[in-house]
Design a protein around this ligand. Sequence first.
Ligand code: AMP
Length: 187
Amino acid sequence: MRLVLVGPPGAGKGTQAAALSERLGVPHVSTGDLFRDHVARGTPLGRAARRHLDSGTLVPDHVTGGLVRERLAQSDARDGFLLDGFPRTVPQARELAAVLGATGSALDAVLEFTAPEEVVVARLLGRGRPDDTQDVIRHRQQVYEQQTAPLLAHYAAILLTVRAVGPVEDITERAMAALSEAERRAG
Ligand code: AMP
């Protein structure tokens, strides 16, 4: 399975990606985690990305695209993956389609996680990541609305929407059910 997870910051993508990755037996690829790892190791890429992570702006596409290309070329991602946090813009989605197309593959589905604003803000404030301050959260939400939400129309043909409210396990079950239903429909 080649899947993409989308949803506003705080929708629980990371938590669901970890659970789904285990259930589906495909690696969880989080661009945010990859960037945070580079920042922690102080690599040149980490130094270039750091101010974007701190302020909640998007790391430039050429940097992000290279990172994803390299990760998807690793052998564990050959037969499937769960992308969390990429693509975040329509140009990134085109880049991903080109990367996959070059090996004759394509995405199977895009899972959209939705939750009311007060739920996502409460989750983020409870998480305590350095970029989870009120101002940066607000900015990341604006970035999502302006740059990432257009992906929903871009992926309309393979989009599965999951209500991301309630216990973590219930949300995972809803996502699994949506994937099974989509597989059944695709025959
Ligand atoms: P996340 O862990 O997905 O919330 O991402 C944390 C931060 O990493 C974001 O606020 C961006 O600064 C950066 N980032 C993650 N994924 C991307 C992406 N696909 N494009 C650009 N920046 C990204």
